[in-house]
Design a protein around this ligand. Structure first.
Ligand SMILES: [Fe+2]
Length: 235
C-alpha cells in the first residue's frame, strides 16, 4: 500500500462534524503505547509478557471491530450516495490480512521453545510497528481526504446519525473498551464535549459506570479534576 499526501495541505478539521477524530486518537495512542511496551519487553519471560500479549490481542480486536464499523456504516453511507469506497475497502482488507498475520506471530511466540522466544518477540515487534505505520497512513487519509468528502456530501445531522448507528451497534463491554482508549488520548475540551453529551443523553447509571471504569482510571488526578469541574460532577 502506498500513500501520497502533503503534510502542508491538511484541511481545517475543526470546522465540521469530526466522525473519525476521537477514535483514531485513541487507536494511535494505544498503538504507540503497545509498541513501546513490545520494544522493552523481555520476551524470554513468558509470564510477564503474557499480560502484554493479552493487551495486544485486545487492541487488535478493537482495531478489527473499528474497521468493521467503518465498513458497515461509513462506507455503506458513501456507497448509497454513489461514492466510491474501493481504495478504503482495499486498505481495510490489508488490515484484515495484517490482523491474521499478527495473530500467527503471537501464536508462534506462545509455542516457541524458551530459547527461541526472544527471536519470535522481535519479529512480533517489527510486524506490529509495520502494521501501525500502515494504519497511521490509512487513518491520515480517512481524516484528511474521506472526512472532507463526507462533509461535501452529508449534513452534520446525517453524520451524527451515522455515528449514533455505530454507537448503537456496540455491546456495553465494547463501548467501554473504546472509551478506555479514547479518553486518555483526547484533549480536555474534547473529553468535556464527549462526556457532556453522554451525561445529557445516557441513563445515569451508564454514565456513572463510564466515569468509574473508563474515565477515572485512565486520567491523572489533575486531568480528572479538570474534567469533573467541566462536567459539574458531584465530588
Ligand atoms: Fe479505516
Amino acid at each position: 500500500m502506498s500513500h501520497e499526501f502533503s503534510l502542508t495541505s491538511i484541511p481545517d478539521l475543526n470546522s465540521r462534524y469530526d466522525i473519525y477524530g476521537a477514535v483514531h486518537k485513541g487507536l494511535r495512542k494505544a498503538g504507540c503505547d503497545l509498541l513501546g511496551r513490545l520494544g522493552t519487553a523481555d520476551f524470554h519471560n513468558a509470564e510477564e509478557t503474557g499480560f502484554l500479549i493479552e493487551d495486544l490481542r485486545h487492541y487488535l480486536m478493537l482495531a478489527a471491530s473499528h474497521v468493521g464499523h467503518e465498513d458497515d456504516h461509513i462506507h455503506e453511507a458513501l456507497a448509497a450516495k454513489g461514492l466510491s469506497t474501493t481504495t478504503l475497502d482495499e486498505q481495510h482488507d490489508d488490515h484484515r490480512t495484517a490482523f491474521r498475520e499478527l495473530e500467527e506471530l503471537v501464536v508462534a511466540w506462545e509455542n516457541a521453545w524458551p530459547l527461541h522466544k526472544p527471536a519470535c518477540g522481535r519479529k512480533l515487534y517489527l510486524a506490529f510497528a509495520a502494521y501501525i505505520a500502515d494504519d497511521f497512513a490509512h487513518m491520515h487519509e480517512e481524516e484528511t481526504v474521506t472526512g472532507p468528502l463526507l462533509w461535501r456530501n452529508f449534513t452534520d445531522h446525517e453524520m451524527l446519525g451515522i455515528e449514533m448507528r455505530i454507537i448503537a451497534s456496540l455491546s456495553p463491554e465494547k463501548s467501554m473498551a473504546f472509551m478506555r482508549i479514547m479518553i486518555p488520548a483526547i484533549n480536555p475540551a474534547e473529553r468535556a464535549a464527549l462526556l457532556g453529551a453522554m451525561k445529557k443523553d445516557a441513563p445515569p447509571e451508564v454514565f456513572q459506570a463510564v466515569i468509574d471504569f473508563a474515565v477515572r482510571p485512565a486520567l491523572s488526578v489533575g486531568d480528572f479534576a479538570q474534567l469533573a469541574g467541566a462536567l459539574q460532577l458531584a465530588a
